[in-house]
Design a protein around this ligand. Structure first.
Ligand code: ATP
Ligand code: FE2
Length: 340
């Protein structure tokens, strides 16, 4: 292992925190060799954790096989196995962890448990070549403004209730909209919002450095049911209000930390309107604006593989007896010795 070059040492990463099962393979110097994602799309309603976990178990061997095929490496070429240890949905996390433990034991190579939120930040940094950004991580389960300080990533602001992506998803479902592979609810709302012209007043809730989206969602759904506004205008107003709230928090984190980069990541990062709002505040503070490429914005195994490499290179391994999943593992609990 020691004699191998970094470009010839490989980490396989397994992501299974929520509705996606994904396997990525990264070299020790950050070349992504494979990133195969299989999304679980429920027939209707939200994600049912046990149904999603069943999907993960069903597709696991096919996804693994495809990742090996794409990367043209064999299981025996791997040096470590990384997996999302949390936060996330219990049954989904446990399915990924079980596969990771089995692979690590069978191949007799170290196991590394990775914090999913930190992985979103690290893959963003790798892919956009940022060094020390203020990160806005917005997805279906998380809404976090974070930046590195004194050995850890610190949360500068977050949602007090539901995540921004979840707010868009629930609104879309209430409006009877349909999502399909490649066109998640957030993207459906974005498309309709682009045809909106009227800004309807909705609750704008920022408390200190935190945001709250549940009141905004309830108000938007109530207006939807009254049937007095065009759906396009409601989508437009929902986006403008929700995005402005988190942009305000991001701007304050930027002003406070005086960092020179802003990184936008997570599934909602695909939204062009959010990108333009964050870009504007970045420019006002002379900071470089970066957005993670879409295949690395959504949940993916590559981010777990790469963060596994960073941790392993700094002496972090997860023995099997400490590889239990952590459903509420906050990112500021994790030491990140790879940043100095
Ligand atoms: P996490 O476990 O990190 O919370 P997740 O399971 O929610 O992640 P992601 O793929 O990171 O998965 O994010 C999915 C969210 O991104 C969904 O809420 C989806 O509607 C939203 N989304 C995707 N594309 C867009 C878009 N163009 N505009 C707004 N939201 C979007
Ligand atoms: Fe995620």
């Amino acid at each position: 292992m020691k004699s191998k070059r970094l470009s010839e040492s490989y980490c396989l990463g397994i992501e299974s925190t929520a509705d996606d099962f994904s396997v990525g393979i990264s070299t020790f110097d950050g070349r992504i060799m494979a990133n195969v994602i299989s999304a679980y799309v429920p027939e209707e309603g939200g994600i049912h954790p046990r149904e999603a976990a069943r999907h993960h178990a069903e597709v696991a061997s096919k996804v693994l096989e495809e990742a090996f095929m794409k990367s043209r490496i064999k299981p025996r070429d791997l040096s470590i196995i990384a997996f999302s240890q949390g936060p996330g949905l219990g049954p989904c996390l446990r399915t990924g962890a079980t596969i990771a433990r089995a692979l690590s034991s069978y191949l007799n190579i170290p196991l590394v448990g990775v914090n999913h939120c930190i992985a979103h930040i690290e893959i963003g940094k790798l892919e956009t070549n940022t060094k020390d950004p203020v990160t806005l991580y917005v997805s279906g389960g998380n809404t976090i403004v974070a930046a590195f300080d004194s050995g850890r990533y610190r949360v500068f602001g977050e949602t007090l209730d539901i995540a921004l992506g979840n707010c868009l998803d629930v609104f879309a479902r209430e409006a009877g909209l349909r999502q399909k592979p490649g066109m998640p609810f957030g993207a459906v709302v974005e498309k309709l919002a682009s045809k909106g012209t009227k800004l309807i007043s909705l609750p704008y809730i920022v408390k200190g450095m935190d945001t709250s989206y549940s009141g905004l969602l309830t108000a938007a759904v109530n207006l939807l049911k009254k049937n007095v506004y065009r759906l396009e205008d409601l989508c437009y107003s929902l986006q403008e209000t929700a995005f402005s709230m988190i942009t305000e928090v991001t701007e304050r984190a930027l002003a406070h930390t005086e960092k020179k980069e802003v990184l936008l990541t997570g599934g909602v990062a695909a939204n062009k309107r959010l990108q333009s709002m964050i870009k504007t505040v970045a420019e006002e503070h002379d900071a470089r604006f970066c957005v993670v490429p879409s295949q690395f914005a959504i949940d993916n195994g590559a981010m777990i593989a790469w963060t596994g490499v960073l941790a392993y290179k700094h002496g972090i391994v997860t023995p099997i007896e400490r590889s239990f999943v952590k459903l509420r593992w906050r990112l500021e609990e994790v030491e990140v010795p790879w940043i100095r």
